[in-house]
Design a protein around this ligand. Structure first.
Ligand code: HEM
Length: 345
């Protein structure tokens, strides 16, 4: 059985009833998103410190270097295809810098992601299995490197290898799953978010001007832009008992899709949902989820997207849509497949 939750009220109810809406929807290990209850809490507690103010303050100068290099490559005269030139490289380089991975790994990860996207679209299960093993090999090589004391001993990767639970070190399988959750899922989400932010700014010169004059509102504006144009479309739950939600009844063992885009554009909660408004209640925005599985990476995502947007607005006097038509991405990906912009000095 499968069903979709699209109404903000029902989604919020499901997110706050984790005993009835389990996150164990697949036989694959998924730390911590595929876990429930005490086990989930234990692994959440292990990963949350990686997104603390201290870690992010140390990361910010490295992120600035990534951004400066990328923005230097934006040609002021030409139409720039934002996804290929800025969004995907930014998501990948920022993540490599956060993990403390060498720049040399970048091309391998780009190739891996391209193969992963094709296999996902084609639902090619043997290819997906082989790619999962490739990913483990790439990440385990980085753990081994850190364990040999090579590279930065304070890097996030080195610190992950030090994690233990109830006195036992975390097995590589669990460490790889943690990194898979941060990488495979989130690179696409961050890239989609960058495309949507640039696309929105290019089409809304008034908001662009407002943010240049008052950059302290950038985070707030980004949350509203991404409420309208969801970078992450869905997550799933499994019902643990028969239940009634809204007008619908669900059997036990129903796989329920949580439709974030529908929740965040539900007109019962957001008047004129497709309009950008400054005065929305931020607590209603489900961009980063809610309940026990609410996104722990939110501070990192906000730092990355906020700093990039601030630098773009500082460096370029106007951002305009390019002459080429844009193409929207197809589910399961949100945002744009391609979007062209001109970055003018
Ligand atoms: C714009 C960027 C991002 C968006 C919109 C986003 C959104 C979300 C949402 C909606 C959830 C809840 C999933 C659920 O309820 O099943 C979630 C969970 C999660 N996110 Fe993010 N996320 C973003 C960036 C990141 C980043 C950068 C990281 C880490 C590097 C991250 C790590 C996680 C993890 C580990 C979970 C699972 C938490 C759990 O199950 O307890 N996210 N994210």
């Amino acid at each position: 059985m499968a069903a979709a939750l699209t109404c903000h009220h029902d989604i919020l109810a499901a997110l706050h009833a984790p005993e009835q809406f389990s996150n164990q929807v697949s036989s694959h290990l998924n730390v911590p998103n595929g876990m429930d209850g005490d086990e989930h809490q234990a692994y959440r507690a292990l990963i949350e410190p990686f997104f603390s103010d201290v870690v992010l303050t140390q990361f910010q100068p490295k992120l600035q270097v990534v951004i400066d290099k990328l923005l230097d490559n934006l040609d002021a005269l030409e139409d720039v295809e934002v996804m290929a030139t800025l969004a995907h490289p930014f998501a990948l380089r920022a993540q490599c810098a956060f993990m403390g991975w060498p720049v040399a790994l970048e091309q391998r990860l780009i190739d891996w992601m391209a193969a992963q996207n094709s296999a996902t679209l084609a639902q090619d299960r043997p290819a997906l299995r082989a790619l999962a093993e490739d990913f483990s090999d790439i990440v385990i090589a980085q753990f081994d490197h850190a364990r040999r004391g090579e590279g930065d001993l304070d890097s996030v990767t080195a610190q992950l290898t030090q994690l233990s639970l109830r006195g036992e070190p975390l097995p590589d399988e669990y460490l790889v799953s943690i990194v898979r959750n941060w990488t495979v899922g989130e690179l696409g989400t961050i890239a989609a978010a960058v495309g949507s932010i640039v696309g929105f700014l290019a089409q809304n010169p008034v908001v662009q001007k407002q943010l240049r004059e008052a950059p302290m509102h950038i985070d707030h504006a980004i949350d509203e832009i991404l409420r309208i144009d969801a970078p992450l479309l869905t997550n799933r739950r499994r019902t643990t008992c028969p239940m009634q939600l809204g007008n619908e009844s669900y059997d036990v063992e129903t796989i329920v899709t949580i439709d974030w885009r529908a929740a965040n554009t539900d007109s019962a909660v957001f008047a004129e949902p497709q309009q950008f408004k400054w005065d929305r209640d931020p607590h209603l925005n489900l961009l980063y989820g809610a309940g026990v599985h609410v996104c722990p990476g939110r501070p990192l995502a906000q730092l990355e997207l906020g700093l990039l947007t601030r630098c773009l607005l500082n460096k370029f006097s106007t951002i305009q849509l390019g002459d080429n038509a844009f193409e929207r991405a197809l589910p399961p990906r949100g945002g744009y497949q391609t979007i062209w912009a001109k970055f003018n000095h």
